[in-house]
Design a protein around this ligand. Structure first.
Ligand code: ADP
Ligand code: MG
Length: 643
């Protein structure tokens, strides 16, 4: 072959600006591209071997080597794959540069059919120019009588091609790093990038610092004892030691690529520790494994969540044929799944296109829907066949599931019958089960507890009357019950202190109650100097309860919402007509209340009114400072009356 020079550019649609500005925002991906090309070259040669077009030599060991030289500011990617002839370099390397963005996209289209080969990233090879001033290729094809080729290009519009000197089959790509990219000649930086992108690539990858390797013997650090003296006694031993067998930096058969039957519990846990650096054990996991209607494999872990202290935040790593693409690509992974930790490998993904294009891709949406479906199937299946574990994990996984139901209607549809509620007996029930049990006493009403301590008075009254309530203590619950109410128009959720449940009261004459309420209202308003107080009389079955506060569900939810949007902050809720909703319920079956009613001007009436009100407040929420001071003083006064 004669020397050849050529121009890479024919018009302003040259690909270099695309590479630099548009295609990739992270410069470190050049290494992913070159190493995945190297793996491809080996995979292709393996295939040629399989179909009888190549015979692997006896002593062959397929491998990719990545070599850095901080001194020379170079980084090399070397493979012993199929190599290229000069015609192939012309076709695969030179010609692609002639094509503008449009051709590049057209080229990509044809590639989707190409079976299983990495490199759907389009301009992979040219991404080298993001970091290199000059790139050389030295390659020798596996083909008989192939002539080695040397190619070089300085990132401008010219390249040069001539016969090369390579004697071994395969390809060596050398990058002469630009001034602002010398970080990629640093051993630790490169190791980091390799770990990020190449940890699971399908061919063995070895990493070498060339400068270290070539150092003359004397320059190597002397082995010393802890106190700094030369370690003479051990010197011999050290010398005798065989040099350690180099280890590949990657795992060529990642766990997700194996069949679930081949993976042990310990395998899953170890993989989790390694990939997510999380030493807390995951609760359980889902292994996705399908090849129809598209290829998708992956493992999703449900981490143990300490939701009181941590915000829930997961990581889903996306791979394309074992090549890492990115974390948390929300176009592919349903948003609520991003709370989990996991890996998804989908070889069919069109990942060379920009993210905005992914958003509108019907195929991508299908993948996302499929993942959602699989997760819902696994969870509902677990509820059906392994209820014990499902209940055990429920408190941890329920925020995730509820969030999924809020975010994704399809998920909601599949999961809605498998949402559990912990009841007052600390048993898990479903909504239909709860409603069925409450049918006679409180049809379609779901009472719930948000704080076991603060609401204990109400809980006790419920228990006495053999009524049930459920615990809803997580942040997401208020949004979730609103969602449930919208879906089940008849069902109403009421916090346990929202209303006096009918079953707690005796049957009584409405008119009589009304007039008693009015009478008591006047006495209490006067005693407490609270003109706006709302008072209601009830005949509670439990005569020991004197008074309690109820807080209307609607106005409380409204207030909570305002607090959430921080409108409540410094502003007075009364400004929005929001105040109130609070009712003082007085039990006319109670001795003290009876006394007040019968002796409006009695000696102790005033004090009893104040104290009953404070007690009712206290069993609903903590008192403010002034009320607390008064309460303590009054309590002492009352005790004083005993002696
Ligand atoms: P893609 O990998 O998507 O095909 P690239 O720009 O990464 O695009 O590579 C272009 C082509 O150059 C590859 O398809 C392959 O034919 C050839 N090539 C690149 N690197 C190598 C290599 N290390 N060994 C053999 N061929 C290679
Ligand atoms: Mg490629």
């Amino acid at each position: 072959m004669s020397n050849k020079k050529g121009s890479l550019s024919i018009n302003s649609e040259n690909i270099f600006p695309i590479i630099k500005k548009w295609l990739y925002s992270d410069h470190d991906i050049f290494l992913r591209e070159l190493v995945s090309n190297a793996c491809d070259a080996i995979t292709k040669l393996r295939k040629l071997d399989m179909i009888g077009e190549f015979e692997e030599p006896e002593d062959n060991h397929y491998q990719v080597e990545v070599k850095v030289s901080p001194e020379h500011k170079t980084i090399k990617v070397i493979d012993n794959g199929l190599g290229m002839t000069s015609d192939e370099v012309e076709e695969y390397i030179n010609q692609i540069a002639f094509s503008g963005a449009e051709d590049f996209l057209a080229k990509y289209k044809d590639k989707t059919n190409e079976d299983q080969i990495i490199g759907h990233f389009g301009l992979g090879f040219y991404s080298a120019f993001m970091v290199a001033e000059k790139v050389t290729i030295d390659t020798l094809s596996y083909k008989e009588d192939a002539v080695p080729v040397h190619w070089e290009c300085d990132g401008g519009t010219e390249f040069a091609m001539e016969d090369g000197e390579r004697t071994e089959r395969g390809t060596e790509i050398t990058l002469y790093l630009g001034e602002d990219s010398v970080e990629f000649a640093n051993e630790f930086r490169v190791r980091e990038v390799l770990n990020k992108y190449c940890s699971f690539m399908p061919e063995e990858i070895y990493f070498v610092n060339e400068d270290e390797k070539n150092k003359p013997e004397e320059e190597k650090p002397e082995i010393v004892n802890e106190d700094g003296t030369p370690a003479d006694e051990n010197a011999e031993e050290n010398e005798a030691k065989e040099p350690e067998e180099p280890k590949p930096i990657n795992d060529t058969v990642p766990l997700w690529a194996k069949h679930p039957n081949e993976c042990s519990e310990e395998d899953y846990k170890e993989f989790y520790r390694k990939v997510f650096m999380d030493y807390k054990e995951p609760l359980f996991w889902i292994h996705l494994n399908m090849d129809y209607p598209f290829n998708l494999k992956g493992i999703l872990y449900f981490p143990k969540i300490n939701y009181e202290y941590e915000s829930i935040e997961g990581t889903i790593k996306l791979y394309n044929n074992q090549v890492f693409i990115a974390d948390n690509i929300k176009e592919v992974i349903p948003e609520f799944l991003l709370l989990l930790k996991g890996v998804i490998d989908c070889p069919d993904l069109p990942l060379n296109v920009s993210r905005s294009a992914l958003q509108n891709d019907g195929f991508v949406k299908k993948i996302s829907d499929y993942i959602t479906k699989k997760v819902a199937d696994k969870l509902s299946g677990m509820c059906k066949t392994d209820k014990e574990n499902y209940e055990k994990y429920w408190d941890d996984i329920s925020p995730f599931i509820k969030f999924g139901c809020l975010k994704d209607e399809k998920f909601n549809k599949k999961m809605k019958d498998y949402i559990l509620f912990k009841n007052l007996d600390k048993k898990y029930v479903t909504l239909p089960e709860y409603l069925e049990a409450a049918k006679d006493k409180n049809e379609n009403k779901v009472f719930y507890v948000t704080d076991e301590v603060v609401q204990s008075q109400y809980i006790n009254m419920f228990k006495e009357q053999e009524m049930d309530a459920v615990y809803l203590t997580q942040n997401i619950d208020s949004a979730y019950i609103t969602h449930l109410e919208q879906a089940n128009q008849d069902v109403k959720f009421l916090r346990i202190d929202a209303d006096v449940a009918e079953t707690l009261t005796e049957e009584s004459d409405e008119e009589e109650m009304k007039s008693m309420g009015e009478k008591l209202g006047e006495i209490f308003k006067k005693a407490l100097s609270k003109e706006n107080l709302t008072v209601k009389a009830e005949r509670l079955k439990n005569e020991n309860v004197s008074a309690m506060i109820t807080l209307s569900e609607e106005s409380r939810r409204m207030q909570e919402m305002m607090k959430m949007y921080n409108m409540g902050g410094e502003m007075d809720p009364a400004m929005f007509g929001m105040e109130g909703g609070e009712t003082l319920v007085l039990n006319v079956n109670n001795r003290l209340v009876k006394y007040v009613m019968e002796q409006p001007e009695g000696e102790h009436t005033d004090m009893i009114c104040k104290h009953l009100y404070d007690l009712a407040e206290l069993s609903n929420k903590p008192l403010d400072a002034e009320s607390m001071t008064n309460f303590i003083a009054r309590s002492n006064e009352i005790l004083g009356l005993l002696i």
